[in-house]
Write a protein that binds this ligand. Structure first.
Ligand code: UTP
Length: 290
C-alpha cells in the first residue's frame, strides 16, 4: 500500500523557545531564508507524498498563510518586475495539497495525531514533526518510504544519542534486522529515567504508521508529563504487529530547541551556495580572533 498522506503536527506551545514563540509559531522561525516548516514541507514534496495535514492550534495561522497564495503580494511583485521572486512564492503554495485540522487543547503528540484520523482514513501515513529538520543527501522521508515498500509495517526514524541524553527522548530497544540500519522494535519507552535502558536509539520526528494506531490512541491515557504520548501508543502497536526502527542517513536538528536551532542555522548557512563561503570565513575569524 502506498503512503499518500503526511501529518505535520504544529500545535505545540513551544515553551522551550519563549519569548520568541509568544506570538510567532516556532515552526515559522527562520533558518537562513525560509521558515523551518518550509524545509519539512519541501522534504515531503521531494519524497512523493500527495497531501499534508497540518494539526494546528490557536495562534498558528501564520503557518497556513505561508503556504497559501497571497494575491496582494503577487500583484505587487509583478508591478515591481520581481517575477522570479513571485514565482518562487507561488511555487510554495502550489507544492502540494495542504489541509489543516485543529487540536483544541495541547494534550500531547499522540492526541495531535489522533485529531487527524478522519482525514487520514484507513491507510498507512507519515508523521513529520514541524520542528525537526533533517539534512541529508536523500530526503529522510524518502529513505523511510523506500524501507516501507520492503517491510510494509510501521517505521520510526532513530538516531544514536549519548547515555546522558536518553532521558530526553523516546527510546527504542530491538534486534538488528537483515536490512542495513534497520532494527525490529521490541520495546520503547518515553523519556526513560537514567539507567533504566541500555539502548541509545532515540526516536526523532519522522514516523510511518499503520492506521491501527488511531484505534489505540482512542484509549491511550495520559502518560509522561500528563500528555497523551505517541510513544505509549506505538508500544501498544508493537504488540499487535511488527515495527521497525531505521537509522537514517543524515543529520537531525531539533529546531524547537535553542541550541539545535543555532546549529541548524550554521549547518544550512554553510551549505548555502552564496553564503556558505563568507560564513565560513566569518566563523574562522571569530574562532581565531583574526
Ligand atoms: P514538543 O515536545 O516539541 O512540544 O512537541 P512543544 O509544546 O511544541 O514545545 P516545547 O517542548 O513546549 O518547547 C513535538 C511536536 O508535537 C507537536 C509540536 O507542535 C511539535 O511538532 N505537538 C505537541 C502538538 O501538535 N500538540 C501537542 O499537544 C503537543
Amino acid at each position: 500500500m502506498k503512503v499518500r498522506k503526511a501529518i505535520i503536527p504544529v500545535a505545540g506551545l513551544g515553551t522551550r523557545f519563549l519569548p520568541a514563540t509568544k506570538s510567532i509559531p516556532k515552526e515559522m522561525l527562520t533558518v537562513v531564508d525560509r521558515p523551518t516548516i518550509q524545509y519539512i514541507v519541501e522534504e515531503v514534496v521531494a519524497s512523493g507524498i500527495d497531501q499534508i495535514i497540518f494539526v494546528t492550534s490557536e495562534g498558528k495561522s501564520a503557518i497556513e498563510n505561508h503556504f497559501d497564495y497571497n494575491y496582494h503580494l503577487d500583484m505587487v511583485l509583478k508591478e515591481k518586475n520581481k517575477t522570479v521572486l513571485g514565482e518562487e512564492l507561488n511555487n510554495i503554495s502550489n507544492l502540494i495539497d495542504i489541509v489543516s485540522v485543529r487540536q483544541k487543547k495541547p494534550l500531547g503528540l499522540g492526541h495531535a495525531i489522533w485529531t487527524a484520523r478522519h482525514v487520514v482514513g484507513n491507510e498507512p501515513f507519515m508523521v513529520l514533526l514541524g520542528d525537526d529538520l533533517v539534512l541529508s543527501k536523500k530526503p529522510c522521508a524518502k529513505q523511510m518510504l523506500e524501507l516501507f515498500d520492503e517491510v510494509g509495517e510501521s517505521i520510526v526514524a532513530i538516531q544514536r544519542v549519548p547515555a546522558s541524553e536518553t532521558h530526553q527522548y523516546g527510546i527504542v530497544e530491538g534486534e538488528k534486522n537483515d536490512r542495513e540500519n534497520t532494527y525490529r522494535v521490541s520495546r520503547m519507552v518515553e523519556k526513560p529515567a537514567p539507567g533504566t535502558t541500555d539502548s541509545d536509539m532515540a526516536i526523532i520526528g519522522r514516523y510511518i504508521l499503520m492506521p491501527e494506531i488511531f484505534s489505540i490512541l482512542d484509549t491511550t491515557t495520559p502518560g509522561h508529563g500528563g500528555e497523551i504520548q505517541l510513544t505509549d501508543a506505538l508500544l501498544a502497536l508493537t504488540k499487535r504487529r511488527a515495527m521497525y526502527a531505521y537509522e537514517f542517513e543524515g543529520t537531525r536538528y531539533d529546531a524547537g530547541d535553542k541550541m539545535g536551532y543555532l546549529k541548524a542555522i550554521i549547518a544550512y548557512g554553510l551549505l548555502h551556495p552564496q553564503l556558505g563561503k563568507p560564513l565560513m570565513e566569518y566563523i574562522k575569524g571569530i574562532v581565531t580572533g583574526k
